[in-house]
Design a protein around this ligand. Structure first.
Ligand code: NAD
Length: 411
């Protein structure tokens, strides 16, 4: 066993804690689980305590850089154990995309379900081989804290419920992934990020396109600038929404309309295609069906201004079909992804030539990537901060709409 000693331990209790974490981690890696468990304070909630302590050490790592390099953060996962994921909210996205994707992942697997519908408990429990002991409802959800087979809780509920379940999952000592939009506004996102930090767990957002090779190419071009700086970005994502009774059209559950649901993809794309944070927004709203869209926005166009002077132009709508990302560079180059935001069939080209990427299972790559980032102690690129930065833009967007399209600074 190699134990690392801080150069300047400062506070004695922090020092003792650091050594203790390393000893426990080694015991666990050596398979001495009994001694490992006994080494934890308060055997009852051992895993939660360990998770908290490990992730608090990520914060401590800032004070003691040697500790970050010691590979002890998430060390038990390096010993071969895969992360267990519980899906919360067994609707379309969870059961048509995420659960099937979890059959293809390498670093994680589906080990738990949370549903308020007894029929779904029976149906999906059987389909995915999840025992009753690992299926929770919204009332007994917090008992998930005691389930050592569940490391990550993935919240796939209507937007207004993300905050509550992210916070409850974090308080149960689980790492958390939330679907987009992370919260209903920047303040909610800040609260979620704070609680996850306090509880010593990671928070990530289901931004699957960060794991699509076409979008990764655009992100790379913003960094490496093969055609110079970005000059202009255009992003559009719209679809024609059906059922007028669905939660996506209810402000209390959805937060807003197309902007909250799919406009966030455009905001994300504008940000990663430029590699910059927007400083101001101007937005316009158009409504053709004031009955169906009585509570939420139908079509919104918005322009973002970036510090370098780049401008992006975006449209998002529940009453059209658009699915495109265009990036123009200063030195006669351009990237086009169309369709850009679908689960599959994404086609990217640079200066008219296909990027030539094979299709990937975005969700499987996303969940494996997030798990790897937890093990490595790295920023996943889709952390809660990404969700927060997008919601700052959304907050400013609605301020602009409320002010009749006035230019609003984004802070
Ligand atoms: P959905 O309506 O199909 O599923 C929502 C689930 O939440 C259902 O199982 C429903 O029973 C449950 N639920 C619990 N309480 C509810 C309530 N009060 N009202 C309505 N439903 C309730 O929705 P979905 O399309 O799966 O979307 C869920 C989340 O996933 C949303 O936040 C959405 O933005 C996100 N999403 C992300 C992607 C992506 O590509 N990343 C794609 C689709 C949806």
């Amino acid at each position: 066993m190699q134990v690392f000693f801080p150069d300047n331990p400062g506070n004695l209790s922090v020092y003792r804690e650091l050594i203790w974490i390393q000893v426990r981690s080694c015991l666990r890696d050596w398979g001495m689980n009994y001694i490992y468990n006994a080494s934890l304070f308060g055997l009852s909630d051992s895993r939660r305590q360990f998770l908290k302590t490990s992730a608090k050490s990520v914060g401590i790592a800032a004070l003691y850089p040697w500790f970050a390099g010691s590979n002890l953060i998430g060390a038990h996962h390096k010993s071969g154990k895969t992360f267990g994921i519980a899906l919360v909210g067994l609707g379309n996205y969870a059961m048509k995309q995420l659960a099937p994707a979890l059959q293809e992942t390498k670093n994680c697997k589906l080990t738990g379900l949370v549903t308020g519908t007894p029929e779904k408990k029976v149906k999906y429990g059987k389909e995915y081989g999840i025992p009753d002991s690992h299926i929770y409802n919204y009332d007994n959800f917090d008992e998930i804290a005691k389930n050592d087979d569940i490391d990550i809780v993935y919240v796939v509920l209507p937007n207004s419920m993300h905050k509550e379940y992210v916070i409850r999952a974090a308080k149960a000592g689980k790492h958390v992934i939330s679907e987009k939009p992370l919260g209903l506004n920047a303040a909610e996102c800040e609260e979620m990020i704070r609680v996850c930090k306090e509880e010593g767990v990671t928070l990530n957002v289901g931004y699957r396109l960060h794991y699509d090779p076409n979008h990764m190419e655009v992100i790379r071009m913003a960094k490496e600038k093969p055609f110079g700086d970005v000059a202009y970005v255009q992003s559009e994502f719209s679809f024609t929404i059906g059922d007028p009774t669905q939660w996506r059209l209810r402000k209390a559950l959805a937060g807003g309309g197309a902007v909250y649901d799919i406009g966030v993809y455009c905001i994300q794309a504008n940000r990663y295609a430029t590699g910059e944070e927007p400083i101001a927004i101007t937005a316009q709203e158009y409504k053709t069906d004031p009955v169906k869209f009585a509570e939420v926005d139908e079509t919104v166009c918005f322009q973002l201004e970036f510090p370098s002077g780049v401008v992006s132009n975006s449209t998002t709508s529940y009453n059209a079909r658009t699915n495109r990302l265009y990036v123009g560079y200063k030195n006669r180059g351009s990237a086009l992804i169309e369709p850009a935001y679908s689960y599959g069939g994404i086609k990217g080209s640079i200066n008219g030539e296909s990027m030539g990427h094979e299709p990937v299972n975005q969700q499987a790559h996303q969940m494996d990537g997030i798990c790897k980032s937890i093990v490595d102690g790295n920023d996943s690129g889709v952390s809660g901060t990404e969700g927060l930065l997008d919601m700052k833009v959304v907050d400013a967007l609605y301020k602009s709409l409320a002010a009749g399209g006035k230019r609003i600074k984004i802070s």
